[in-house]
Design a protein around this ligand. Sequence first.
Ligand SMILES: Nc1nc2c(c(=O)[nH]1)N[C@@H](CN(C=O)c1ccc(C(=O)N[C@@H](CCC(=O)O)C(=O)O)cc1)CN2
Ligand SMILES: [Mg+2]
Length: 284
Amino acid sequence: MAYQLINGKQIAKEIRLELKHEVEQLKAEGLQPGLAVILVGNNPASETYVRGKIRASEEIGIHSQLIRMNDTITQEDLLSKVRELNEDPNIHGILVQLPLPDHINPDKVIEVISPSKDVDGFTPINMGKLVIGQRGLLPCTPYGIMQMLDRTGISLEGKHAVVVGRSNIVGKPMAILLQQANATVTLCHSRTVDLPHYTRQADLIIAAVGKLNLITKEHVKPGAVVIDVGMNRNDAGKLAGDVNFEEVAPLTSAITPVPGGVGPMTIAMLMKNTVSAAKAIWQR
Ligand SMILES: Nc1nc2c(c(=O)[nH]1)N[C@@H](CN(C=O)c1ccc(C(=O)N[C@@H](CCC(=O)O)C(=O)O)cc1)CN2
Ligand SMILES: [Mg+2]
């Protein structure tokens, strides 16, 4: 079957270009959105993602500040830094790159980020708003997937979506956004018995577990749409998703690649959230 390859890299580029124009206008009106990125330690993958965030900010015209902290920093010192940024009038978005070192409780850190500056959409306030359908800042990866589906013209109305993975960052918020778009949602996870039983009924599969080749052709109904959120290394050391792309793609109507699918959308939506946060704070 001929399938559509959903080009997240290209869609993300379009979104960044739209934001660049919007920021030019905002700057002319006297507002330059500002983003602070906190990186604790030197995890190589985090270094890459943080670099991508700073580069995207620069390209769009968002003022950015990278705050590097040694991995021996105390939780209290990290909390103090976040509190300081909460009060900084030039900063409209704050994010703490995850994962954090083991001695720091990420929940405690996320909790102190001002919800109005929480451009990751991870604070209990923004998560709560999402659940009850109030406007807030949305987590970037699920928000990016919604944009990708929308901009590809994939309708969710009445579709059966199966989300595999129940993380706070992707699976849970994804399930909520999909049901708000009138999909019927099944949320599967590592303890689901007979995963293919569920995924084979799906018009849309979102694979967000972090397990190489978890989704094989046995999991997929012909014509389904498959979104791969996984980021794993294969035997050759190459980046690969949760979906066995070679065998699954020909069965689908549309599928995202890894790399070049969901990943770039995450950073584009972070930029969008930063611009939205700046406008909301400015209008207060
Ligand atoms: N505070 C946060 N921490 C983490 C988040 C997050 O949204 N907020 N998500 C991930 C990491 N992440 C952003 O932080 C992220 C991961 C991957 C990509 C990406 O563009 N991937 C590329 C491939 C990049 C590569 O070659 O390594 C792709 O898929 O094409 C962007 C952002 C965990 N932590
Ligand atoms: Mg990807």
